[in-house]
Every structure is written in structure tokens, then in C-alpha cells.
Ligand binder design. Sequence first.
Ligand code: MCN
Length: 793
Amino acid sequence: MATTEQPARSIGARKLRKEDPELITGASRYTDDITVPGMLWLSFVRSPFAHARINGIDTAQALEAPGVVAAYTAADLEFAAPLFMAFPLRDLKQPPHWPLAKDKARYAGDPVAVVVADTRARAKDAAELVSVDWEPLPAVTDVMAALEDGAPLVHDDLGTNNAGTWDFELDSPAPRRADPGPYFEDPELVKVTGEYFLPRLIPNAMEPRSVLCEPNVAQGEYTLWTASQIPHFIRTFLTIELGIPEAKMRVIAPDVGGGFGSKLEHYGEEAVAVAVARELGRPVKWTEERAEGYLATIHGRDMYQRIELAATRDGQLKAVRVKLHAAMGAYLRVVSPAIPMLGAWLYAGVYDPEAYDFAYDMVFTNTTPTDAYRGAGRPEATYAIERTMDRLAHELRMDPVELRRKNMITKDKFPNYTIVSGLTVDSGDYQGTLDKLLGRLDYEGFRREQAQRRQSGDAKVIGVGFSTWLEMCGLAPSRVLAALRYAGGGWEASTIEMLPTGTVRVLIGTSPHGQGHVTTFSQMVADQLGVEYEDVEVLHGDTQVVPLGLDTYGSRSLAVGGIAAYHAGEKIIAKARTLAAHQLECSEDDLEWAPGTFTVRGTDRSVDIKTLAFAAWSAHDLPDGYEPGLTATHIYDPPNFSWPHGAHACVVEVDTETGSVSILRYIAVDDCGERINPMVIEGQVHGGVAQGIAEALFEEARYDEEGNLRQGTMAIYMIPGAPELPSFELDHTVTPSPTNPLGVKGIGEAGTIAAPPAVIGAIVDALSHLGVTDVERPATPERVWRAIQEASR
Ligand code: MCN
């Protein structure tokens, strides 16, 4: 009856990704690959001005163009509500954001009309025939300039560009330890201030955005395929905006080629596609072009930071105080106002001061809206504290590693230590990861070489930068989200079905777009139920197949979604136990469970889970009242965030004559608790670190004075490839999370959070003997060279 051999343990194995054969052979189906009969194409007419009144729109000529079926402006398409914004913070000024701009265009790229034609090319040609009577207005694109008196107003009726202020004292549900004010008055303490501008970034997923809406006119049903991270949220948002019952709205995120936060979004194009499909009763598709995406897909960062530290002369950090000014762009998108808040509790990093304060202003500018970009709030926090710890070290003439170590929360404080900002961190060993990093680096050897190079007068100097980082991810406990005034919950759902033939189907509410959930969830379920890894099928990303879910962002899929699957698995085992006891004619208490098999304690009588699955399905011989089938659903609301940490070091060589920077080594020691698939984790860290390095050295989007995006194409916006990046040296520690039964924490954003201060810190360290204390981001050769020249003056 029983299978004696158990499948090899899968968790912890470097399983090749189940997703990859399809991706590598080009067999994946992205939204743009999907075609349905009778499909029309959309092309959007966008504002060429950053700020302009719309005095009229004439679509007559476009309507006469070949193949054109319709053209719409905001006046022609009816929406029950503006685009949904999920974070109605205290006193937030929240102007309506309609899918097509009504009175004014507020950024270059703001859509004002849409043309529908039988081919993509004809729709695009006809869009150029739409005539808009523009009245250009002065624009403001810089956050600080937008706050000045007399600055052009992005939303006239608000009378200000400041959408609101989030203030720790008023808005944080977690009380901080103490007010830092008195510490900054104390003459005995050393104070340092860091002021940084974090440039605007353009997310670059491999797959551009794309939507396809197919209506079923008779049933009043709509299917929307969209390249998205959040199909479940989009279903709800579209219901609110278009008045289509949720049950009649099916949203599918098919294969999705990356998002990095830009697809944790709901875009006007989605709402317009459904509205047009409803109007015409025909399927419509839109796929963004790259240059269009640069204007119309959300951007990230664009923030001024001011952070102050107060410390004793021997380097004991006492107080941290932070004020930010963050660009929202022209409108508030799904979670834009909350992005800086996701770092609100983290500006003291892994350190343990006595007092803390934090506040930020949300500022409208005539720019593409900003929203989540990998790390969302946490790279910002890490940058501010890590760079400023370096400054403090410099001020105190202390070694930056020694200063860090001295101030780190020690591991004996865990589990569940309440940090200065008032949240409770699950577990960590910050010194442990730092020690491991230093072991790999050979810090002393490095300092010797640095001194030698300087003494020899070599134009090429070297430096090392550190980032000992902490983040909160696994978004999020619903109660905490409620206290932060978020509209939704933070739970996640999973359903596991044992099929009659003994294979397992797992439905997950998270919606992967490169993270390998099919692989890692298969590993977890295979181990738990004692089935073969190959026998587990994971389905996701279709609200009809997986109706329950809150999708993928905030490195939540494993620490929240994975735990939902784990609990569903436990329910399956519990249900199977009852059936096993029935079959083996014993009490449930007498059964021992080893993954895959129940055995009557002390005997060789056993039954395996596949046999039970068939019996539960055929239902021929079930205990009285037993519900047929082995299926279970679990909805899991995490009691806490997950708190990964790590220590990164970057070693650079800087040519003092040209300002060019080469990364010689990049070492990352990360701790994401128990590890499901080390290869997937390493992939996540590689990608994240690459993005973090890009942020430090290459990427920035700037506007000219009129509000035109200067880096409007991929040819100008600097995305590094493998030749620009070093070979990463990765290592890890494992501090299991006590919050969940698998002991796991997230890893999806770690690299991006950690890398920028390590890279910039390394450049500054290399040049510190020349008097350089900071380099603006991204540290282009010109900026580095200028920093050297200015310091020498
Ligand atoms: N994992 C693991 N063991 C751990 C932690 C994670 O094996 N201890 C695995 C997980 O099972 C999952 C992957 O690592 O397969 C990432 O898990 P997690 O940290 O839970 O993050 P999410 O799956 O929720 O992914 C979101 C995160 C975010 S917020 C951004 S942004 C991001 C990222 O993931 N965007 C990505 N990684 C990306 N990777 C790709 N290829 N493309 C993107 O757009």
C-alpha cells in the first residue's frame, strides 16, 4: 500500500527553474503575443508639453483615416470613478486622476485621446491626425522649486504643490522611543548632516506594458490580459472605475517579463481598454513603445533627503532625525504617497540610537508620476543612514566598520526586538554577517594596498564602501496597513488540490514576473506533502483560476504567499490523516506522518498520500460526513513584516585624472532566513545588486526647463549590461524568522536596497585623502572628476 522511498528533500536544493525551458525557447506567451479574432488596436495621443491647457481636441481628421473605427477624448468615455489610489493618507490632497486628461495635461506624455483602428500602424498614424488646441503653461519639474512661492501649480485648485506631510509623530502606529530634539541641542554630542538627492529612475522591464481586453457583450463580461504584477487588484480597481461587477471582470497576467515595481500599478490604459471594448463590443489591444513607456510608465525615487545624526565623541549613535521631500509627479498613483513611508522605520538601519524622528512632504511636479521602484522607500533609507554613518566616522576619525559594529543591535536582543522607530524586528545577527563579509574582503589587506597606492602617487586610487542593511518586507500585516490608512489588506491566499492521480495542483495568489515562484513553491509543497517536485503544478496570475490573491510586490511572495501555501498543505495533511485512520482502522493519534506517508505507530502498516488522494476523490469509502477530495485553501495574514538583513562591500578603483570608476569587487552577504532555492536567491541578489549599482553609477532621468524628459530613450538612459558590472561574490548567513513556520524572509529587493551606498561610499573612500566627502548620484566620471577638483580648491 505504501511507497517506501521518499522523494529527496527539495527545499535548499538548487533546482533548475521550471519556468526556464519555456522562456529560453521563446515559447512564453506575453500579452502582446495574444491575438483574438476581430481585435482592434489602440494608440494614445499624448501631451508633448509638460504643462498645457487643453482648449479643444478635434478627432475628425483621424476618424477619416484608413482603418480607423473610433476616437475618444475624456468627454466621450464614461468612468464611474477616477483611477484608484490606495493610500488616502491623513490630510492628503488627492486630485482626481482620469484615464484621459480633461482640462490640462500635467506631464509630457499625459494621454488626452485614444484612437482605435484595425492595425497597430494605422492606429498610430491616425493618432498623429488628432488636433489638440494646446495652451502651453509654465512647468515645474524639480521638487524644491515646486515648493517655492509662485511656482506653477500642477493642480490649480489645490493652491499648492505640496500634497501633504507624513509625520512620524502623527502618523506612525508605532511609538518611537524618544524625541531627538534635545539631542541636537546637546553641545556634548557630535552632529553630522547628510543631504542627498536621489535621482529619478526609469524602470526598464524586458517586456513593455501591454493590455488586451476582450468583451463578451451578451454576458457583460470582460477579460483583460495585462502585463502586470497585480491582476487581483486591477480586477477590483476596474470594477470601481467602470462599474463592472467583479465577478464579470477577469484579469489575466500571463507570462510577464519583469516589472521591478512599475507593474505594481494600475494604468489609465487598462481602464481605457476596457471602456473602449465596452463601447465598441470588440476586443482591443495596446502595447507601449519604449519611448512611450519612458514617458507613460511610472518612474521611481526623485527625492531630496536631509538626515541628521547625533553621537557621542566615542561614536555612540544617540539620535536620528530625517526630513524628505519626495516627488509624486503629476498625479498620485496607486501607492505613490506611501513610497517614502515604506522606509519610515528604517532610517536608523541596523543601529540602536535612543531617539528618532522622520517626516516627508509629497510634492507634485509636472513630471511622470512616481511610484514603487524595486526597494520602494527602503533603498532611500539605507542610502541615507549608511552614507551618513560614513560621514560620522569621518568626523570622529573612526573606522567606518568599527563605528558600524559599535552601534549595531546585538544578536542577543532577538528574537523580536523593538527598534528605535517602534516596530519589532523578528530576528537578526548583524555582527555575524559583517564578520563574514570582512572575512571575505580581507579588510586590513585592502587598507594596506590603499595606503600604498596613495603613497606611490598612483593616479588610480582604490576605496571600499560598506552597506550594512536592514529592510522590512513581506508586506504586510493587514492591521498595520489599516493603521497606515491603506485601502487593502496584506494577506495572501493559496489553494492546494491533490488530484486523483496523485499529482498536486497549487494555486497561488502571488503573481510572479521573473521571481521563479513556480519552482520555489513546487519545492516547498513537494517536501511538505512528500511528493515528487515534478508532480507539483503551480498556477497563478488569472483571477478566474485563482480568485483569491493580493499579488506580488514588497518581497512578500514567499514570506506571505509561501506561508499561505504551507498552511493549506497542513490542512491537506490533517484531512488525509482522518482518511488514513479510517483506512488503517486506527485512531488518528496512533498515526505517524513522515512526508508522504502515514504509518501506524510501532507497526509496518502504512498508507501513502497518493493513495489517500485517490480514495478521497473516488469517495467510495469515506468516513461518515467526510468531504470528498483532498483540497484546502488558506488565507494567511502575517503577524509581522519580515526583516532580512545583510552586509555588502564594494571595492572600486577611481582614476583621479578622468573620474572614471571601475568596480573591482562586489561582495554581498545576505540573510533571508531559511533558503528555499539558493540559485533563485542568488539570481535575485544578482539582479538587485546590478540595479543598485546602476542607480549609483549610471541611471538618472532629468527634465529640461520646459519639462521635456532628457533621457527619453534607451540609447541615452544608461542601463548597464554585464560588461559594466563585476562578477559578484555572494555569501549568506541564516537567521530564521520566528514569525513563520518555514523561518523564511524575503530577498527580492535586497540587492537594490543594499548596493548604492556601498558603491558611492567606496568612491568617497577612494578620494577621501583628497578631501572629497560626497559625490552626487549617479557618480558619472564628470561628477567624480568635479568632486576631486572642488575638493582640491
Ligand atoms: N526565495 C527563496 N528563499 C528565501 C527567499 C526567497 O527561495 N528565503 C525565493 C522565493 O520563493 C521567490 C524569490 O526568491 O521565488 C523571490 O522571493 P520574495 O523575496 O518573496 O519576493 P517576491 O517573489 O515577492 O518578488 C517581489 C520582488 C520585488 S518587490 C521586485 S521589485 C522584484 C523582485 O522581486 N522585481 C523583479 N525580483 C524581480 N525579479 C525579476 N526577475 N523581475 C522583477 O521585475
